[in-house]
Design a protein around this ligand. Sequence first.
Ligand code: ES4
Ligand code: ZN
Length: 323
Amino acid sequence: RLSTEYLRALPKAEVHCHLEGCVPPETARRLAERHGVTLPAGARDGGDRYLFRNFDEGLEIYVAVSNSMQTRDDFRAVTYESLVAGAAGGLRYREIAFNPQNHPELAYAEMMDGILAGAREARAEAGVESRIIVAINRELGGEAALALVREVIAHPLDEVVAIGLDSNELAGRPSEFVAAYDLAREAGLKLTAHAGEHGDSTEMVECLDLLRVDRIDHGYAALLDADLLSRTVASQIPYSACWFVDYPEAEVEGRRRDVAAMAAAGLNMCLNSDDPALIGPEVHECFIDAAAHLDWDVEDAERHALSGLDACFADEATVERLR
Ligand code: ES4
Ligand code: ZN
C-alpha cells in the first residue's frame, strides 16, 4: 500500500477547482464580518468545517462566501492562500474556476487583477503554476452569460484560458448557452462545462454537440448511456472527475464507484478536488483516499497524478515543463 507521505509529495495537477470553494470557514467569517455579509448557519457554526446536508445547502454557502469576497485584495489573498495550501500537498498545477457573476460589487478587471497577483505570489513562493477559467453561473441564463463572455474578451489575459459552466445543473440546460460558447470559441478560449453530476446524459450530449466543449466537468451520467460512453471513450475527450462529494457518506461511496467505473471503461479521466475548503479534503487527500480504495501501485499513482496535465488548457511549453 502506498504511503501517505509518498502520495502527498507526488507532483499533482488538477483542472477542476472553484476559487470560492477554496476559502476556509475562518477566512470566510473574517471577510463576511469585514464587509457586513451574513453567512448561513452552516458557515458560522462548524468551527473549521462547513456544515451542509446536500448540494443546495452547499451551493448556498458557496454563494454567501462568494458575496464575502468584495475587494481586489480579497481575491489576491484567497487565490494566494488556496494555491499555497494545495502546494503543501504536492500540487504543481491548478486550473482555477471562478464565478464573476457571484461578485456583482466588483468589476471584472479588478477581480482578475487580484487573482493574478495572488497566483503570481504563489508561483514565486511555492512553485505552483495556475491558469484561470471564467465560469458562467447557469442559473442566471444565456443573456447574462453572453454579457460575461463579452467582458472576458474585452480584457484579454494570457492566464485566462477557458470559460466554464457551473452552479445548479438542474437550473439551466446547456442549449441556453450556445451564443456564449460560440463567442468564446471564436475568441480562442477553450471550453468546458459541468454536466452529468446532477443532470442526466442528455445534458452531456448537448455540451458536446451544441457547446462543442473541449472537456467535461464531472460527467458520471455517461456510465448510464452506452452510446455516449463509447463515443467519449473513442474521442478521449477529458473528464475532470471529482473524488469526493460534499454530502452524506452513502453518496461518497457512490462517487467512488462511479470514478472507478469511468477509469475501468477507458475514459480519459483525471481526479480533482472541486471545492477543497467547502468539501474538506485537499487534492492530496483525494489521492490518498483514491489510492486506498482503488488499490493503486506506484505506476497508477504517477499516471493519475499527472493526468490533469493531459486535460489542461495551459500552453504546451508550460505542460512540458511540468511533466
Ligand atoms: C460546484 Cl461541484 C459544483 N458544481 C457546480 N457548481 C459549483 N460551484 C462550486 N462547486
Ligand atoms: Zn465543480
